[in-house]
Design a binder for this molecule. Structure first.
Ligand code: SAM
Length: 403
């Protein structure tokens, strides 16, 4: 497809889907990171969990990367980490990736690594991690010549880099965040089994539009023969029980029930409850495959082609640490479990609760309410057997190339 036709396909797509049938909803991406900027909070908490995903997929991806066309004489190999947070989860993988590519293409080959996230991301922590000021995990940059690190503070539902410039893009555990909140959930923060049909339809519709937008934009940015890796938090059917499970569903139920208690006791108003919506969607395999399986879709026509799609489950590290301590030392430390669990997940949830509160409240008052809320979640959790909370992390990983 020519660039002009391709641009017009994207514009038509965006224009077509702009009209919303629902009342305006407060937009709440989980993007405003929790914790002091520059403190490396993400990598100390959630990053410790998410790094496991890349470890699991590393060899398979490194193998695929070998066949990306690249001429070291007159080109720069461009790598993108989209939705990078503070870079902690991808640093070990990108170090290995660049080392392998240097072996393959020679020491003179040049590389640029573009870390992309929203404009309010903690890029200060990212550069501290990548340069080794925060030394954990071990970094690659100080030891390697010809590797240039850049950042893009651009929403990934927009074009982030020049067209036809990227050899490799990875987007780990970020694509479940939507470009907008599709609906005000009446009695929940995210889709519940008992959510209304309208709520479910609005969510699915937004998720479909956003996936297509994201893919068309990445397709435009990628070079022919380039590789795109997407791992997204997902929804799957539990083989044992037949139940539909999605990423962190036990925790989401917990958060919802306690936020409802806040509403019912008058700590927050009903409007504030209605304004607290997680702007995310855990898609299932069919939803993620659809733009590729449909050979007439704009995504397929743009040249993107699915090489593999698989479900990957990684163990919950907070639960594993609790169990190890219990089994090996005989200490059943449920308080520590609850503290670490909340610290890990507050990263992505905090902003949503703050955002739901009325602007008639001062920022200080909002923060006090949300601090109290998370304290309550932690206390409640510490009274429950972690076996009941344990939440393995479920992802769908797509490996995509551009023909
Ligand atoms: C759970 S973190 C994942 C971080 C890292 N990739 C990892 O594997 O640990 C999700 C990241 O997606 C980012 N994100 C969410 N929506 C985004 C958007 N529209 N554009 C760019 N980044 C976005 C968030 O800011 C956050 O840093």
């Amino acid at each position: 497809m020519s660039i002009r036709l391709f641009s017009s396909a994207i514009l038509t797509h965006l224009r077509l889907h702009k009209i919303s049938v629902f009342a305006p909803v407060r937009y709440s991406r989980g993007f405003a990171p929790f914790g002091k900027p520059g403190s490396g909070n993400y990598g100390r908490t959630l990053g410790k969990q998410t790094v496991g995903l890349m470890e699991l997929l590393r060899d398979k991806i490194l193998n695929r990367v070998k066949s990306i066309p690249f001429n070291a004489k007159d080109s720069v190999f461009s790598i993108g980490d989209y939705g990078a947070a503070d870079g902690s989860a991808s640093v070990p993988f990108i170090g290995q990736l660049v080392a392998n590519l240097k072996d393959q293409h020679g020491p003179e080959a040049q590389f640029q690594v573009i870390y992309e996230d929203t404009e309010v991301n903690d890029f200060n922590s990212l550069f501290k991690r990548v340069s080794g000021i925060i030394p954990d995990p071990q970094v690659y940059l100080p030891d390697m010549d010809n590797v240039y690190v850049l950042a893009s503070g651009t929403d990934f539902y927009k074009q982030c880099v020049p067209s036809n410039s990227m050899h490799f893009i990875m987007c780990m555990i970020s694509l479940h965040w939507l470009s907008e909140t599709p609906v005000k959930y009446n009695n929940s923060l995210y889709k519940y089994p008992e959510s209304s049909a309208e709520e479910k339809i609005a969510l699915d519709r937004q998720a479909e539009i956003d996936l297509e937008t994201f893919l068309l934009l990445r397709s435009r940015e990628m070079k022919q023969g380039g590789l795109l890796i997407i791992c997204a938090g997902c929804e799957i059917n539990d083989m044992n029980t037949g139940e539909v499970k999605y990423l962190s569903d036990t925790l989401l139920t917990f958060l919802t029930e306690i936020w409802k208690e806040y509403r019912d006791s008058g700590k927050i108003s009903n409007d504030e409850f209605l304004n607290t919506n997680l702007s995310l969607c855990f898609r299932n395999m069919d939803q993620l495959r659809k733009p590729f399986d449909d050979k007439l879709s704009a995504v397929s026509k743009s040249g993107l082609c699915l090489l593999s799609a698989e479900t990957v489950i990684i163990p919950d590290i907070v639960y594993t640490a609790w169990k190890d301590k219990k089994d090996k030392k005989g200490i059943d430390d449920r308080e520590e479990f609850a503290r670490l669990y909340v610290a890990t997940h507050r990263n992505w949830g905090n902003h949503t609760f703050l955002n739901g509160l009325s602007d008639s409240r001062s920022q200080e008052e909002k923060e006090k309410i949300v601090d109290g809320f998370y304290d309550k979640v932690e206390k409640r959790m510490s009274k429950i057997n972690p076996e009941e909370i344990k939440d393995d992390f479920r992802f769908i990983c797509l490996v995509v190339t551009k023909k």
